[in-house]
Ligand binder design. Structure first.
Ligand SMILES: [Zn+2]
Length: 349
């Protein structure tokens, strides 16, 4: 084993106040903050005041794209500026982009999520788009520090948090896929990484009644689960413990029908299907997603039956990472039946 994980994790109320101390620990006197227009408007002044109190100079950049060629150009321009550390502050994209830029610039990266819409805030994985607009998943380095302010997270739109629940419940089937690959094609993923990913999903599943309230206390559970998922990917050296057939379904939707729904929303629906294929308790997963108001059907994802089947046919061809979809190699007619049975509001005929 050879892996890196975050060195300092803070999950508490008013955790933004801790940012300067954390930066000082790493010898940072100046900070590049990657965020977006919305987050900058909500928290920009506050974080700037907190940093200036400790004489840390922030440089803000807003990102509106996660397109790799654009970010590579941005990296060249940024390399002429003077800053010691990079922070990603926002939902999914600013954290991903900040992590990527920090990796390219070889600077320490601090993750400051403002919502938990997916599991990327503590992971070494970056989700970008390549030059053709296709989804790209890169293994970089995990954040050196993760700072989750519960006051901030609990203010995030419910839809984003419900999406996070979908991404985290997805670990039930991604771990099942990894174990299947170990049995059938001899792939090795450290057991510790699988157990952590599994624990992340179970923290969410077993506490779903409390998470529904989206209170600060329940946001702690979501943050802890996201942290475990992120660390499991660091240990495994890939996204394997956290990304199986349910993610392939989501990636296929991104490729074929971009912009239909959020990542975690698509993963959640994919998890119901994948759990059914694995012979697991898919109804419990569906009930949990339903409880937090996350999509549980293809109609909720604004997809037709034909589109869902096309996405499921494409999914195993996107990556040769062995999953239940590879094992079963289902055809159009069978997939149609399965979608109707598990994730469609249309009457099963
Ligand atoms: Zn995901």
């Amino acid at each position: 084993m050879n892996f890196k994980t975050p060195r300092h994790v803070i999950i508490r109320e008013e955790a933004l106040d801790d940012v300067p101390q954390v930066l000082k620990e790493y010898g940072c006197d100046s900070l590049l903050i990657v965020s977006d227009v919305n987050v900058r408007m909500l928290y920009g002044v506050r974080i700037e005041q907190i940093l200036l109190r400790m004489n840390i100079k922030p440089i803000f950049i807003n990102v509106s794209t996660n397109d790799r060629p654009t970010l590579d150009k941005m990296h060249v321009e940024l390399s002429t500026l003077d800053f010691d550390c990079v922070a990603g502050m926002g939902g999914g994209r600013p954290v991903d982009v900040g992590k990527y830029l920090a990796f390219k610039l070889e600077k320490p990266f601090i993750s400051i999520p403002t919502s938990i819409s997916h599991d990327g805030f503590a992971s070494p994985i970056v989700a970008l788009k390549d030059e053709n607009g296709n989804p790209l998943s890169l293994f970089t380095a995990p954040p050196i520090s993760v700072i989750v302010d519960l006051d901030v997270i609990s203010q995030a739109p419910r839809r984003l948090l419900a999406s996070g629940v979908g991404d985290l419940l997805g670990k039930i089937t991604s771990v099942a896929d990894a174990r299947l690959a170990a049995r059938e094609v001899g792939e090795h993923v450290p057991e510790s990484a699988l157990r952590m990913a599994e624990a992340a999903a179970h923290i969410v599943l077993e506490n779903i009644e409390s998470i529904v309230s989206f209170s600060k206390k329940s946001m702690t559970l979501l943050a802890e689960a996201g942290l475990l998922a992120g660390m499991s990917m660091s240990i495994a050296g890939s996204s394997r413990p956290c990304s199986g057939s349910e993610h392939l379904f989501s990636h296929a939707i991104d490729k074929l029908y971009p912009g239909r729904a959020l990542h975690g929303e698509q993963v959640g629906v994919g998890t119901i299907i994948a759990a059914y294929l694995h012979g697991m308790d898919w109804i419990r997963i569906k009930q949990a997603l339903n409880a937090v108001g996350a999509p549980t059907s293809i109609e909720d994802l604004h997809m037709t039956l034909d589109e869902a089947v096309t996405a499921l046919l494409l999914a195993p061809r996107l990556r040769d990472r062995y999953t239940i979809l590879h094992k079963l190699s289902l055809e159009d007619k069978e997939l149609r039946e399965i979608v109707l049975r598990t994730v469609s509001k249309a009457k099963h005929q």
